[in-house]
Design a protein around this ligand. Structure first.
Ligand code: FES
Length: 127
């Protein structure tokens, strides 16, 4: 699966909108570091966090076991399956939140915003 990613901190700093349909195009043209925006491939049976780390990126995490939400991301396009999730309520899943520590893509393409742990929605869930 090919993953296109964007750092939430950049989005927040620049005042970009998560609901903007052209968000990833805007990011692609934004002259961002590879750390903040880019693409990588996820291998079969590899979690998104593991794939990010294999490419040399330090995405946030803590427990790696579906219990803390530090690794949360938002899926804009595509779909993921998360094996263990003890933390995200259904309404957040409905909004596209997933856990990167054990979430695996189930579509060929995925667009995600990572590092969303500073969003107010996550404040009460972080351990
Ligand atoms: Fe704790 Fe993913 S790192 S839920």
């Amino acid at each position: 699966c090919r993953v296109e990613y964007l750092n939430y901190e950049v989005l927040d700093d620049r005042g970009w909108d998560l609901d903007d349909e052209d968000l990833m195009e805007t990011a692609a043209d934004g002259g961002l570091d590879r750390e903040d925006y880019g693409q990588f491939w996820v291998r079969p049976r590899e979690s998104l966090l593991e794939a990010a780390e294999r490419h040399g990126f330090a995405w946030p995490f803590a427990c790696r076991g579906g219990a803390c939400a530090n690794c949360a991301i938002i899926v804009l396009e595509g779909d993921m399956r998360t094996r263990v999730d003890h933390v995200l309520p259904q309404e957040m899943l409905d909004q596209g939140f997933q856990l990167s520590c054990n979430g695996m893509p189930v579509t060929d393409e995925l667009q995600v915003v990572y590092n969303v742990k500073s969003m107010p929605e996550l404040e009460d869930l972080l351990l």
